[in-house]
Write a protein that binds this ligand. Structure first.
Ligand code: PHE
Length: 340
């Protein structure tokens, strides 16, 4: 027995512990519940009584040697691994490759921000619309030629006609149906029209349309709101002018031009030497549209306006081809990194 204890003492001393795995093997082999030292303690029963005391002491000593070695290596391995994981907080960070915001989203956010400063909320609605919200409620009679103004992608024809919305005016109908004036909201979103894709037209684009309904809203309010918007977006010097136009849902209707900020209205190829750039359509909401959505047109009046985000982005960033917006060419997109 004494010999055995000596042999095992040597074995413990010679055991190489270089990693956590070896440490665990060491523990199981010598100190585990089925380990060598435990076995030796059970053998103690067979030792003659007069030797028991001495052998017992030797065994206790052996266990202490094993436990001390285990504790020592455990501490060593833990401290070295924590050194490996320690972070140098003073080091400058690596260059990270961050993406950029899409120019259309930058401009969309800017437009939303400008209108939210004068109390407009944001409303959103479905991109697949029924005939009522996209056309009928907006005063497009069933066979009205005005429906041709917006070449529609139909999903289902006939009684349950469904189409990709051609403008976000449909969202405004939903807002009018579900709330009582005063209403002051803008509806940004993607819209679809069946047009041949070129530098100047695309089959999908983005709009921000606005709606203001309250008592005594006048055309002068519309004009001031749009002038405020133009100055916020294009700078303090911006001027606007209105030209008569036609939309089924507004009466009177107008198209709005902003003074060309690229040439300071002196005339350049962007404004085609007119000094003006067309940016949006607008008008006083037709009383028939208010009534169709359950708003009393004798009590309330309102104005609406709608603009294309692509067009505004084109003017702000001098983008000369609409297709660039959806081609995902990083050489184009990278130019907007500073906008993050
Ligand atoms: N909905 C019109 C369009 O898509 C824009 C517009 C909105 C015009 C509101 C007038 C008033 O072209």
């Amino acid at each position: 027995m004494k010999n055995k204890i000596e042999l095992i003492t040597n074995e413990i001393n010679d055991f190489k512990i270089e990693d956590v795995k070896a440490l665990e093997n060491f523990r199981i082999h010598f100190l585990g519940s089925k380990g060598i030292i435990k076995d030796l303690f059970s053998d103690l029963k067979a030792v003659p009584n007069e030797e028991k005391r001495e052998v017992g002491q030797l065994l206790n000593g052996l266990r202490t040697v094993a436990e001390e070695k285990l504790a020592k290596y455990k501490e060593q391995l833990e401290s070295s691994s924590s050194q490996e994981n320690s972070i140098d907080l003073s080091r400058t960070s690596d260059d990270s490759n961050v993406g950029s915001r899409h120019p259309l989203m930058l401009v969309r956010s800017e437009i939303i921000e400008i209108f939210s400063r004068i109390g407009y909320t944001v409303s959103e609605g479905p991109e697949i619309e029924d005939d009522w919200h996209n056309f009928s409620a907006l005063n497009f009679a069933p066979e009205h030629p005005a429906r041709d103004m917006q070449d529609t992608f139909f999903i289902e024809k006939g009684e349950n006609e469904m189409a990709l919305r051609t403008h976000t005016s449909s969202v405004q109908v939903r807002v009018m149906e579900n709330s009582t004036p005063p209403i002051r909201t803008i509806s940004p979103g993607r819209v679809y029209r069946n047009e041949a894709i070129s530098a100047r037209a695309h089959c999908f684009f983005h709009q921000v349309e606005g709606l203001y309904i309250d008592k005594n809203v006048s055309f002068a309010d519309l004009k001031q709101t749009l002038l405020y918007f133009a100055k916020e977006l294009f700078g303090e010097k911006a001027q606007i002018r209105m030209r008569p136009s036609y939309f089924p849902f507004t009466e009177p209707s107008a198209e709005v031009d902003v003074s060309c900020s690229i040439c300071n209205s002196k005339g350049c190829n962007v404004c085609k030497y007119t000094g003006w750039l067309e940016i949006l359509g607008c008008g006083m909401v037709d009383p028939a549209v208010l009534e169709a959505s359950g708003i009393d047109s004798k009590v309330y009046s309102g104005f609406a306006f709608g603009m294309g985000v692509e067009r505004i982005t084109q003017l702000k960033y001098k983008v000369n081809d609409l297709r660039l917006y959806s081609e995902n060419d990083v050489r184009f997109l990278k130019q907007f990194t500073a906008g993050i």
